[in-house]
Design a protein. Structure first.
Length: 269
């Protein structure tokens, strides 16, 4: 039988634990003026999954931010936009949407008409306006050599495809170590290729402030195209001169995290 003293000790310990958790949670989300950070929602791109954000997420957590990193199915633009909106609906408070590559299409669509999104932050991302597709955005710019090295799971150009593993590092992550590039390669998730020609619906960047990190050595998206898209949306632009397509969110993760936090500070009021 539990005696009265034992029960009293349990009660005191329990109250102390509750108080400790409450203080820790409060400290984790507090910023200047006791204003909470926005939750950072990280949207991965094609031929990747949410693990591609591991370095950025680690930096953000160290600075007291909460993050969410949903995995996209990449079967259709509409399906991914709807899934991201469901993720946003499930998170209370303000959010900052951060996107890489194809994730820029999804984040642009999911942010349309939302008052809970403070800002958009992009790394080497596609930025369509309504009616644009990934293919149409590339007109007039240098096409990627990676498209000659796609492995389709069904009919060519009509089924999901991934970058042939032997060519992944060359086009996706040439500035990373072989070991880190191999990790990203192993996490490849195929993109349903008809997404490339799917027109975008309404987008949120017309109303939301945006920040964009250009990957200056990108071999999947022409850096000139990245600068053009970022300029069209009126984004605050930085450039990582030696960054591959994945470099902005891996090798330059600390600098890109600082860009996200700058967006949070600039829109916190």
């Amino acid at each position: 039988m539990v005696n009265r003293w034992t029960m009293k000790r349990w009660l005191i310990c329990g109250l102390g634990l509750v108080a400790s958790v409450a203080m820790t949670t409060s400290a984790a989300v507090a910023t200047e003026g006791d204003r909470p950070h926005a939750t950072v929602v990280l949207v991965h791109g094609a031929w990747a999954d949410s693990s591609s954000w591991s370095a950025v997420a680690r930096e953000l957590h160290g600075d007291g931010y909460r993050t969410a990193a949903p995995d996209l199915e990449m079967q259709s633009v509409a399906g991914d936009v709807a899934a991201l909106r469901d993720t946003l609906d499930a998170i209370p408070g303000k959010k900052i949407l951060v996107a890489h590559s194809y994730g820029g299409v999804v984040a642009s669509g999911a942010s349309a008409g939302r008052a809970d999104v403070r800002a958009l932050v992009f790394s080497a991302a596609f930025l369509p306006d309504e009616g644009d597709s990934i293919a149409s955005l590339g007109v007039g710019f240098q096409p990627s050599g990676a498209f000659a090295h796609l492995a389709f799971t069904g009919a060519p150009f009509a089924s999901p495809a991934y970058i042939a593993p032997d060519f992944f590092r060359q086009f996706f992550a040439q500035d990373l170590s072989p070991a880190r590039a191999a990790q990203l390669n192993a996490a490849q998730h195929p993109l349903n290729f008809p997404i490339v020609t799917t027109p975008s619906g309404p987008v949120g960047w017309h109303e939301l402030p945006s920040w964009y990190a250009v990957s200056g050595a990108d071999l999947l998206i022409d850096p000139a195209q990245e600068r053009s898209m970022a300029g069209r949306v009126g984004a605050h632009i930085v450039e990582y001169r030696g960054a591959s397509h994945a470099g902005g969110i891996t090798r330059f993760a600390d600098r890109f995290t600082s860009l996200i936090e700058r967006a949070d500070r600039a829109t916190g009021g």
